[in-house]
Ligand binder design. Structure first.
Ligand SMILES: [Zn+2]
Length: 442
């Protein structure tokens, strides 16, 4: 194991990251040294991390008819830390003679009567993360534990980072919530993630802490890469499973700074005044939307424009350092590039945003528009259709799909869509206008 010498190391082992102040030794400790210390039951009661060895209920909603746990209750900052402590504790506990086991140790008792031991163990309640398999293994009881628990955020992060360490980038997309299988997104994700220098260099990682939001929809796992780099992985729950949403090249607090960042970017972009924003969606409903139309009406003098552009570029560059795979940042980057008429780069940025959040329709709309503008009608059709799949009740998207068919020379398909829209969306008069125009053209 590598040893770090920075001032953020544990003052006992000098190896792990320090995470808390130890009242007993007046030292900053990592959680492994804290566990190794508090296992001897001699930590002062004032320390929040001192284990409660007196018999306590396994959890606050424990069944009162069940006996209290023979294991201590304690504060831990991650499941990894909890399991480490329990493992240390079990190593001592299995040899400790207990009056309720006829003054035999759990190990002796299990050897004598496996069934009686199991039935005694079954009389207790255990916390959700209690490593029962480990307990049985230490007691030499060969019994498979069937668990209905889904893999927790730490287990998902472990599987993700183990693949990162092996440079197995292709398997990572399946761990994200992006399940729509859109064209090219899986390969693009592998490419985006493998381009993150800290991840390319990752050889090992240690969990520092983890947590789940109160509504249990978002989780974070804070790790240290290669004993030096702070890294946070954000997970969201989808279809009853945890998925990896985002990396933060920082501690978990950076997650909350994102909203301000988006506000700053949106404000700068509105000053740039040459971008298509979502409020422009209405005007895209004509047969051939023109994403370029606004820039010609801009009245901002060039020097001001230049400094605004510089600010946006700098803000984006800094932001990507902390949020290397943030869909929103790529989206704003796309808007910015569109505003300065770097259309090909803007397409890449919008495609990256789609890759990182494939149920977000705004970048799909902009990417489709850009393809329409560059006469790439197949691609424009593809992305308008994806947008339509996600927002099936928005007539404007359907109208854009029909517009692509016109450009592809498939007038019958366009006519069918607009005709259906007459009854489905009678208030959407653009469909009627387009149909009229179509019949005049014939
Ligand atoms: Zn230590």
């Amino acid at each position: 194991m590598l040893s770090g010498f920075g001032k953020n190391r544990c003052q006992k082992c000098k190896t792990e990251r320090k995470v808390r102040f130890c009242l007993r030794f007046n030292k900053d400790l990592g959680w492994q040294c804290c566990n190794n210390t508090r296992i001897d039951k001699k930590c002062p009661g004032e320390c929040a991390y001192h284990p409660h060895f007196e018999a306590v209920s396994a959890s606050k909603d424990a069944d009162p008819t069940k006996p209290k746990s023979p294991f201590p209750a304690l504060k831990t900052d991650s499941r990894s830390e909890f399991e480490h402590f329990v493992s240390l504790y079990l190593d001592l506990w299995i040899h400790h003679k207990l009056p309720e086991l006829n003054d035999l140790s759990p190990l002796e008792y299990a050897k004598q009567d496996k069934e009686a031991m199991l039935s005694w163990l079954r009389s207790f309640q255990y916390p959700e993360n209690f490593p029962l398999g480990k307990l049985l293994a230490k007691l030499d009881i060969d019994l498979e534990i069937k668990t209905t628990l889904k893999p927790d955020p730490e287990a998902i992060v472990q599987s993700y980072l183990e693949q990162v360490i092996k440079w197995e980038w292709d398997g990572l997309y399946a761990i994200t919530p992006n399940d729509l299988k859109l064209e090219g997104t899986a390969a693009n994700y592998a490419s985006l993630i493998s381009d993150i220098p800290q991840l390319r260099k990752t050889k090992e990682f240690d969990v520092l802490s983890s947590g789940i939001s109160q509504d249990r929809s978002v989780a974070f796992v804070f790790v240290e890469l290669n004993h030096s780099v702070s890294w946070t992985l954000i997970l969201i729950e989808l279809n009853g499973q945890w998925h990896l949403r985002q990396h933060l090249a920082s501690d978990p607090q950076a997650y909350y700074a994102q909203n301000k960042l988006y506000n700053d970017l949106a404000q700068l972009l509105s000053q740039q005044n040459s971008v298509i924003t979502d409020s422009d969606r209405e005007s895209s409903s004509s047969v051939i939307p023109n994403p370029d139309r606004e820039s010609s009406s801009s009245v901002i003098p060039d020097p001001d424009r230049e400094s605004i552009n510089e600010n946006i570029t700098k803000l984006l560059k800094d932001a990507f350092k902390t949020y290397p795979d943030c869909a929103d940042l790529y989206y704003y980057q796309g808007l910015y590039l569109q505003g300065i008429k770097q259309f090909d780069q803007a397409k890449t940025a919008f495609f990256n945003a789609i890759t990182l959040d494939n149920r977000w329709t705004a970048p799909q709309y902009h990417l489709a528009l850009l393809h329409l503008q560059s006469h790439d009608y197949d691609k424009a059709l593809y992305w308008f259709e994806q947008q339509h799949n996600l927002e099936p009740s928005d007539p404007r998207t359907l109208n854009n799909v029909a517009a692509c068919y016109i450009n592809l020379g498939q007038k019958d398909k366009a006519r069918d869509i607009w005709t259906a829209m007459l009854t489905q969306y009678p208030e959407f008069t653009i469909a009627k206008d387009n149909l009229d125009r179509l019949s005049r053209d014939l």
